[in-house]
Design a protein around this ligand. Structure first.
Ligand code: ADP
Length: 216
């Protein structure tokens, strides 16, 4: 019975009630390797959370500000050091670097810079896919097993949420086709409406279908 309720409803950590909007939605994809949840990225207990940073790595608004606030000064110190020693011109869009998680439950923070929609001459989708895949690659290179992403670029960087859902789900599914240490990719949405748009536009089901067809 407990299991059934978990499948049919989901307890929003923000509103603390069972949301009827999300009651019918599937929570996991790609054989359970991808989980889609409502929540606050700063509270995820995973090997690494991903920060939608800006190229200076010195903190900003939105999810970036929330991670630095919750994680404490150590994350910013490590970001400053990376910037000073390796990236004097900043972190390029689509690339990723890693710091410790400071005071967060997550052991590490992977910082990536999403594209600003409309400012990359049509390369936005490629750059957004790079954010997901380079973050996953970095986690995999360190043998991490769980990683949580916010919805990169869909806030201040204005990437349309429907397009971002398609790009992110394809990029993650492509990465998970290869051998990897990662067993859980958690997609964390902060607002119910963002989650609804994601559910309507992700491509995980198509990709799962392709996998089934290919194996039959
Ligand atoms: P970007 O500059 O890449 O657009 P933002 O931080 O402005 O990044 O927004 C990215 C997404 O992160 C938005 O969907 C926003 O609602 C969401 N977000 C903001 N704070 C949090 C948080 N604490 N946990 C999870 N997602 C968050």
């Amino acid at each position: 019975m407990g299991v059934k309720i978990k499948q049919l409803f989901f307890l929003s950590p923000i509103t603390h009630h069972l949301s009827p909007i999300t009651a019918f939605m599937k929570e996991s994809f790609l054989d359970g390797h991808v989980r889609v949840v409502m929540g606050d990225i700063t509270r995820q207990d995973v090997d690494a959370i991903v920060n939608a940073a800006n190229s200076t790595l010195l903190g900003g608004a939105g999810v970036d500000g929330a991670i630095h606030r919750a994680g404490g000064a150590r994350i910013l110190e490590e970001c400053r050091e990376i910037q000073r020693t390796r990236l004097p011109d900043g972190l390029p869009t689509g690339e990723a670097v890693i710091t410790s998680g400071g005071l967060l439950a997550a052991r590490n923070v992977i910082h990536t810079v999403g594209p600003i929609y409309g400012q990359h001459r049509g390369h936005e989708a490629e750059l957004l896919a790079n954010c997901y895949q380079n973050s996953l690659r970095l986690a995999d290179s360190l043998k991490l097993t769980s990683i949580a992403f916010p919805s990169i670029s869909t806030g201040a960087y204005s990437y349309p949420r429907a397009e971002a859902a398609a790009v992110a789900s394809r990029a993650i599914a492509d990465f998970l086709k290869e051998e990897t240490s990662i067993t859980e990719v958690r997609l964390v949405f902060f607002q119910t409406d963002d989650l609804k748009v994601f559910y309507k536009n992700h491509k995980f089901d198509d990709l799962e279908q392709v996998k089934v067809d290919a194996s039959s």
